[in-house]
Design a protein around this ligand. Structure first.
Ligand SMILES: [Zn+2]
Length: 601
């Protein structure tokens, strides 16, 4: 650190309300004076992630993470401290003052990211121009028109077109002043030979309709390209590769537009592709997500769980569609999402259904969508005769595999009852079919180990030095530097006293935390959320004198030990005797200041 002055950091902290910042990533629910949510940093079923509007900090009582608004953005977005400061500064329009001697690496990393974001934003514009204004976009325009996407909708979603050319995009980007290396890093062009980064490159997206993929805050970070022809041999959707801006399984298409509706409905309609999502959204069905052609990843399911309790999978009636939806099950069930299944009538997908039959038909289908397990049993039993016990047991065995993935004990019990009743086997019998390894899986998620904790009295003094003006002033009036040098694990307390943190001033506390390690910051965020003792000054005095007493005792013991050393000169002995007398006097003094209960410790 040290590249951005502390006053500037304070100013940025003060202007970014932590509840608003975190609330822009996922919903927070009010709980008394604080806000709560499911922790984004560990898996949990009841919210222990707490955000304090008065302290302007967050803390998870489940996994122990916590800290300032900067720490949250760093951990959530996987960026470093300067990048988090810049991001929050940009959010509120405060210029970041950067002093000389900034880390060259940070700057370079930030610069590269900014260039990539700019390239993506401009590429989206270029693709869109191709679609809306150029002759070469005519076929794509017609295709979209047939699917009900007009200019306005294309504009809303920044839909574009990549021409059928090996180098049109590359030429455009180079003309625009981007360096070849930057264009390669964006993933929008491909190396002919992956092992030679200086080798020949060509446009990754050719003759495809381009859908920009945005992050939480609506910046374009990648693209998904869809082919025009219905039965072409290449994949229907092609996505950007992983880049410094984009990791495939981490983003849900359209979430920056649909999250409000998701929260309100507490239910997400999952459809396969971008066009399905856009059609539904534009038809007024806002609570939609698309995992983008692939199955749900663990990360995507976790993101979704923060917004909704339930998902409705839109199964294409064909086998391929069902297989794709089934691949999403694991991630969804492991996050305890309730799953229902809306089977699309033969040959239709959500997009075509809404366009042909209207919004209401689709909504009714979703409303009446059966529970996944009901659907599955129904579906399986229609495919095979279940009148023999053998056939029923076989189906029960298959089903038990899937039930094994349900974490939540209550939900699992319900499913077991339902499935066993339908299949005519006893619940106990059915339960034995569930794979052993998953049977006791429920609460197995390990919690990250917190670092070593400072001893109680030091923790208490830290808390008071941070939170109480009088206690802080008292401690600062003591010879705290000398004393704390003798006390193990007191480094954090010394740093708190050394800082210009002001009690009850959350911006200065946030700025102070900026200089801490994530472990220290987690501790501080916990102290900031604890109750402050009502008689803070008296408590600080007692604990401080207790600490001094312990430290004088240690010194005294050390001096006495030195007396036992052989071959001391008479001068040394005299010196030590004087020291011991002195320390004994100090000990008496400090002990007199202490109430009896601490003396006994
Ligand atoms: Zn947590």
């Amino acid at each position: 650190m040290g590249t951005i002055p502390s006053q500037n950091i304070e100013q940025i902290a003060a202007a970014n309300d932590i509840v608003e910042v975190i609330g822009s990533y996922f919903p927070l629910k009010r709980a008394g004076t604080n806000f709560k949510a499911l922790c984004p940093f560990h898996q949990e079923k009841t919210p222990s992630f707490t955000v304090s509007p008065s302290r302007q900090t967050f803390h998870c009582f489940g996994c122990g993470v916590g800290g300032s608004v900067f720490r949250f953005v760093m951990d959530y977005e996987h960026i470093d401290f300067p990048a988090a400061v810049r991001k929050l500064a940009a959010r509120v329009g405060i210029p970041v003052i950067e002093e000389r001697g900034a880390s060259v690496d940070d700057d370079r990393q930030h610069e590269a990211r900014r260039t990539l974001l700019k390239l993506h934003a401009e590429a989206a514009e270029w693709f869109q121009e191709n679609l809306l204004k150029k002759d070469l976009g005519a076929a794509a325009r017609n295709y979209l028109k047939e699917r009900g996407i007009d200019r306005k909708i294309a504009g809303n979603w920044q839909i574009g077109f990549a021409p059928e050319s090996w180098d049109a995009f590359l030429k455009w980007a180079l003309d625009r002043g981007y360096r070849r290396g930057q264009v390669v890093q964006s993933g929008l062009v491909k190396l002919r030979d992956e092992s030679r980064t200086d080798g020949e490159v060509y446009d990754r997206f050719r003759n495809r309709i381009m859908f920009p993929i945005c992050n939480d805050v609506g910046e374009v970070v990648a693209f998904s390209g869809r082919i025009l022809e219905k039965d072409a041999e290449t994949a229907k959707y092609l996505n950007s590769p992983d880049t410094p801006l984009f990791r495939k399984g981490n983003i849900l298409f359209g979430l920056h537009k649909t999250k409000r509706a998701l929260i309100e409905a507490n239910c997400a309609i999952v459809c396969e592709g971008q066009l399905d999502l856009i059609t539904l959204f534009e038809a007024g069905i806002g609570n939609v997500v698309a995992p983008q052609g692939t199955a749900f990843t663990e990360q995507q399911a976790r993101i979704l769980k923060r917004f909704v309790a339930e998902v409705v999978l839109c199964f294409d009636a064909d086998v391929a569609g069902q297989k794709a939806a089934e691949r999403s099950l694991d991630a969804l069930l492991q996050n305890d999402l309730i799953i229902r299944v809306a089977e699309m009538p033969g040959g239709e997908d959500p997009d075509s259904l809404v366009r042909k039959k209207g919004r209401q038909t689709f909504e009714t289908l979703v409303k009446n969508a059966p529970d996944f397990f009901d659907y599955w049993i129904e579906h399986e039993s229609s495919r095979q005769k279940l009148n023999s016990l053998g056939a029923r047991m076989q189906l029960a065995r298959n089903l038990a595999q899937t039930v094994g993935r349900v974490h939540d004990t209550f939900m699992r019990g319900e499913v077991i009852n339902k499935a066993s009743a339908r299949l005519g086997v006893s619940a106990a019998e059915f339960e034995t079919l569930i794979p052993k390894s998953t049977r006791e899986f429920s609460r197995a998620t390990p919690k990250p180990q917190p670092g070593p904790l400072p001893r109680h009295e030091i923790a208490m003094l830290c808390l008071l030095a941070l939170r109480d003006e009088e206690a802080r002033a008292f401690l600062l009036s003591q010879d705290w530097r000398e004393v704390l040098e003798q006390v193990p694990d007191a480094e954090l307390l010394a740093r708190i006293l050394d800082s210009d943190v002001r009690a009850e001033d959350s911006a200065s506390q946030n700025a102070f935390m900026a200089g801490l390690s994530s472990e220290e910051e987690a501790l501080v965020s916990a102290w900031l959320l604890q109750k402050k003792p009502p008689n803070a000054l008296a408590v600080a005095r007692d604990w401080w004198n207790g600490l001094r007493q312990a430290s004088v005792r240690r010194e005294l013991q050390a001096a006495k030990d030195r007396m036992k050393l052989p071959q001391l000169t008479p001068g040394e002995v005299l010196q030590l005797q004087k020291e011991i007398l002195d320390l004994q006097e100090q000990l008496r003094d400090v002990s007199q200041l202490l109430p009896a209960r601490i003396l006994d410790v």
